[in-house]
Ligand binder design. Structure first.
Ligand SMILES: Cc1cc2nc3c(=O)[nH]c(=O)nc-3n(C[C@H](O)[C@H](O)[C@H](O)COP(=O)(O)OP(=O)(O)OC[C@H]3O[C@@H](n4cnc5c(N)ncnc54)[C@H](O)[C@@H]3O)c2cc1C
Length: 475
């Protein structure tokens, strides 16, 4: 019997996860799945792009090598973009001139880097001047690496997570880097003003110059980048990297008459407003929100797989409580919910350790955690995330929670979540280690822990040391 054709447009982190979720529900045998990926690689972990910038191969961050698709009967079409889609004809067309039928299609087209329209950036044909780069794909970082030489001066426009990562990568390559940020606080969406000062000091300690409250007006240089102008003041630079936000890729959907706002509009089952068409990941807009980190996207993939395979036809995605735990340029940062006590009665609890460069803050409302910011030491994050998620009452001594995040009797503290990207708890990890996953790759393969942002890998290594039978002390 012919299987229904499921077309997945885009082969990024959402698709990698959706394929796993489909596989877990028998979806790869139920459907004839075709994945169209504009990039030439198997899906890779975009979060780890800096490894490629600093000399690694794309293979090192690959989530699904080409063989993965073939071994599971998934038709993978790499290096080919879907250029047109007809809902009525149930067909799509690709950049290699082919036509494909589908019963169901999923948009997983992600985002592009938002590059501001500054004077002098583009050539007459619309491409960016030599020495100017976006920071989104493996190709972007390979081109940056090819251009970069030790001793060059680089400007990074955007002091958010991506900008700081790019700055660290370029510093590691021996460049002299200045981060130029429009706002007065670095990572201003995740970190409050005081946390921003701690983060700034940590970044500056890496030898990176930080300029805040600065707006880039023009890129200088005739044929290639020679600097930036802030209107009146200039900054000499041999290359400039733009990492000032992202823009969901909705063009194909919009041209196919799929209703879009900032992202492709989806309901609680990730359905677009046209039958048989779904959207997931950074291109999707659910309940007026477009998410830009992987944890909500993974939650969406689970629901979509339940719905597509019929494993749980009533599965519903109701939005995500966003939290971030990262190692930004080597500095631990965690953030969730509100970063400021902005309502009467809100309580803010802050702990500052100047010498260690550690800043921790809780925002408490009605005795419950509604936000937290950690800079320099995010070890309390796992416990805090659970308190934030389940809304348990906080103990009278908030400092206990700030120290470890684990001071709640009967709360998640007894079995804290270690990998926040994949929601893997200590007990599951210890179980896997004791049953033979005694190396980091084995443990990650088995549990997925450490394969998201990677910031928990140190904790995983410690758990292996403490629990692997081969490393346990023999009596
Ligand atoms: C440098 C960097 C660091 C990051 N760090 C973190 C982090 O620490 N933590 C975190 O949670 N998130 C982080 N993110 C964000 C995270 O990578 C994204 O949320 C995630 O990749 C989104 O997945 P996606 O599949 O929706 O989009 P993408 O991963 O962008 O994948 C979309 C894919 O679709 C392809 N495509 C688009 N249109 C078409 C078409 N018409 N035909 C065929 N293919 C098409 C694109 O080429 C792309 O390969 C980071 C991102 C970057 C760039």
């Amino acid at each position: 019997m012919t299987r229904p054709a499921l077309a997945i447009i885009g082969n990024g982190m959402a698709t990698a996860r959706l394929l796993d979720e489909l596989a877990a529900r028998g979806g790869l045998t139920k459907f004839a799945v075709t994945v169209f990926g504009e990039e030439p690689h198997g899906a890779y972990n975009r979060i780890l792009l800096n490894r490629v910038l600093t000399g690694g191969a794309v293979d090192e961050i690959t989530l699904k090598p080409r063989a993965w698709y073939a071994e599971r009967g998934v038709q993978f079409v790499p290096g080919v973009a879907v250029t047109r889609l007809s809902h009525a004809a149930q067909r799509l067309w690709t950049s290699d001139g082919r036509e494909h039928f589908f019963d169901t299609a999923v948009f997983a087209t992600g985002s592009t880097a938002r590059v501001p329209d500054v004077e002098g950036l583009r050539r007459p044909d619309g491409t960016m001047k030599r020495g100017a780069f976006a920071y989104r794909t493996a190709a972007d970082v390979q081109q940056m690496r090819y251009h970069a030489r030790p001793g060059m001066r680089a400007a990074v426009v955007g002091g958010g997570l991506l900008g700081l990562e790019a700055a660290k990568g370029l510093t590691d390559l021996g460049l002299s880097v200045t981060v130029v940020h429009l706002f007065d606080v670095l990572m201003n969406r995740q970190v409050d003003a005081l946390g921003g000062q701690f983060l700034r000091r940590a970044i500056e300690r890496l030898g990176i110059t930080v300029r805040t409250s600065v707006s880039t007006k023009a890129v200088l240089g005739d044929k290639r980048v020679e600097g930036l102008s802030f209107g009146g003041e200039t900054l000499p630079a041999d290359m400039v990297v733009f990492s000032s936000g992202i823009k969901p890729r909705v063009d194909l959907a919009r041209e196919s008459d799929v209703p879009c706002n900032a992202g492709i509009l989806v309901d609680n089952q990730l359905r677009t407003q046209l039958t048989r068409l779904y959207a997931v990941g950074e291109c999707a807009e659910h309940d007026r929100t477009v998410y830009g980190t992987v944890q909500p996207i993974y939650e969406q993939c689970k629901v979509l797989a339940d719905v597509l395979t019929g494993a749980d036809p009533s599965a519903a995605y109701r939005g995500s409580k966003v939290y971030t735990k990262l190692k930004v340029a080597g500095v631990e940062v965690a953030s969730m919910g509100r970063i400021d006590a902005d309502r009467t009665g809100d309580e803010s609890v802050q702990v500052i350790e100047e010498a260690r460069g550690v800043y921790r803050k809780l925002v408490v409302r009605d005795n419950r955690l509604v936000g937290a910011v950690l800079v320099g030491d995010a070890s309390a994050a796992a416990g805090l995330v659970q308190l934030f998620d389940d809304g348990s009452p906080l103990p009278p001594n908030r400092l206990d929670v700030l120290a470890s995040g684990e001071a709640i009797p009967g709360g998640g503290g007894s079995d804290p979540e270690v990998c926040n990207c994949h929601h893997v708890r200590t007990s599951a990890l210890v179980g896997a280690i004791r049953s033979g996953c005694d190396t980091l790759p084995k443990l990650s393969d088995q549990t997925r822990a450490g394969t998201g942002c990677g910031s928990c890998r140190g904790q995983l290594a410690n758990l292996i040391l403490q629990n692997a039978p081969s490393t346990c002390r023999k009596e």
